[in-house]
Ligand binder design. Structure first.
Ligand SMILES: [Fe+2]
Length: 429
């Protein structure tokens, strides 16, 4: 058979065409989505100008935002949106646009103070490139098929092992791109791996890749610092803390003083919503792959910051770091090592049935959860499971789905096998 080689002219033509259509190599992904605005970000292989078109149906993208500067990392803010509304969008440049899709949309956050129920997906220690990471993600895709999450919180160690841009590129973006990055509102926290084991916030790519809502865009107390911030989502106050950040003074949040700690206290004091979840990377209690009896950061967190969580009646403190799942009783005043746990002294709870808590104005203890097996998995230290834990699992990976309405919080730990292995509810009058 005689196959004709393409002429030089045809090759040049194809090359020019290819060069004018810049390949999208990351995203699009949504950042700092609030009730009235959101940021669309993506990366292209060649520098181009940026264009976002959006509208109320994928077939009717009528509004256009253009930024003329040629860049690789595109960042376009869409403003003037209505709360709790779905806007379809797509991305590109003045030369070419990607096709619109049913999966490519921005759902604005509920109006501040709204009592509508929200669903939150909490994922920890995931960007490892493991089979477990994929299975945990697939389980969430399946579980949330008919009721998608409204917001996504990350508990740190988002990309292994140094939080490098290329690690995010290989082990984070491709895994969640299609189902989540292009349509889910993300409020992350960093871990020690994102900081590459250091404490200087000027270094981690994490801060370049993500935009944190630090101006109180979602109703929390403005922090003005991308390491920590809070957002109000429906009836829940979500507080993202940075357990790795060392301030110029040398202080970290677990020292119980310094700018982050002071902001945290003011933020919790200012909160008027019925539910509060504080999340960060290094847990106050764990006997999984890390040991809160011996590791200083965890011990200091427990001694210096837990009293604040208790004072302001935080409902759930969630962390990762330890690559297991551990859920404690509602606790107060347990600042010693595991062996000192005394249920008569430290458990403050009222239940209507096992794992069903009912809370009045006096509050209950704080439920501490380690949810750190979203990719990494396993480990146990002497004393596992924690004496204060109701349920622990270091054999199976998983992540959490929380459904929160005005009077009820329902939490499940969804295993990588697609089954629910732990669940509890908290009811408030
Ligand atoms: Fe960690």
């Amino acid at each position: 058979m005689n196959i004709r080689k393409p002429s030089l002219f045809v090759l040049c033509f194809l090359l020019i065409q290819f060069a004018s259509i810049a390949q999208v190599v990351r995203g699009p992904y949504l950042q700092s989505v609030s009730p009235d605005q959101g940021i669309v970000r993506w990366r292209t292989e060649q520098a181009t100008d940026s264009r976002v078109v959006y509208g109320e149906s994928p077939k009717k993208l009528t509004k256009v935002i253009e930024l003329k500067q040629a860049v690789l990392d595109h960042e376009v803010i869409i403003t003037g949106l209505k709360p709790n509304k779905k806007y379809y969008y797509t991305i590109g440049s003045s030369k070419s646009m990607e096709a619109a899709s049913e999966k490519r949309f921005l759902m604005t956050a509920p109006k501040l103070g709204s009592t509508q129920a929200v669903r939150i997906w909490a994922l920890g220690d995931f960007g490892s490139g493991t089979k477990n990471q994929l299975e945990v993600k697939d389980a969430v895709v399946k579980y949330t098929k008919d009721h998608r999450p409204d917001a996504w919180i990350w508990l740190g160690d988002n990309a292994y092992s140094k939080g490098l841009d290329e690690e995010y590129q290989k082990k984070v973006f491709p895994i969640y791109q299609d189902e989540f990055f292009q349509n889910l509102n993300l409020y992350p926290a960093p871990g020690n791996h994102d900081y590459a084991g250091k404490h200087d916030p000027s270094e981690p790519p994490y801060f370049k890749i993500f935009n944190m809502p630090v101006q109180g865009e979602l109703g929390g107390l403005p922090s003005g610092n991308e390491s920590y911030y809070s957002v109000n989502y429906g009836q829940v106050h979500l507080v993202s803390i940075d357990s790795e950040l060392m301030e110029p003074s040398g202080l970290q949040v677990m020292d119980g003083k310094g700018a982050q700690y002071e902001w945290l206290e003011k933020d919790l004091a200012a909160n008027k919503l019925p539910w509060t979840i504080v999340y960060f990377h290094k847990p106050p209690y764990s006997k999984g792959s890390h040991d809160s009896d011996t590791e200083k950061d965890m011990l200091k967190m427990r001694q210096h910051v837990n009293p604040l969580f208790e004072k302001y009646k935080v409902d759930i403190v969630m962390a990762g770091h330890s690559h297991v799942y551990e859920r404690t009783h509602p606790l107060r005043g347990h600042y010693g090592i595991n062996a000192t746990f005394d249920p008569a002294k430290h458990v403050v709870e009222k239940t209507s049935a096992p794992n069903q808590y009912t809370v009045g104005k006096e509050g209950q203890g704080v439920i501490y959860i380690v949810n750190g097996s979203g990719g990494q998995l396993g480990g146990q230290r002497d004393g596992f499971p924690l004496k204060s834990a109701i349920y622990s699992n270091n054999k199976l990976g998983g992540s959490m789905i929380l459904d929160i309405s005005k009077n009820k919080l329902e939490a499940v730990w969804l295993g990588s096998d697609g089954e629910i292995h732990d669940q509890f509810t908290i009811s408030k009058n």
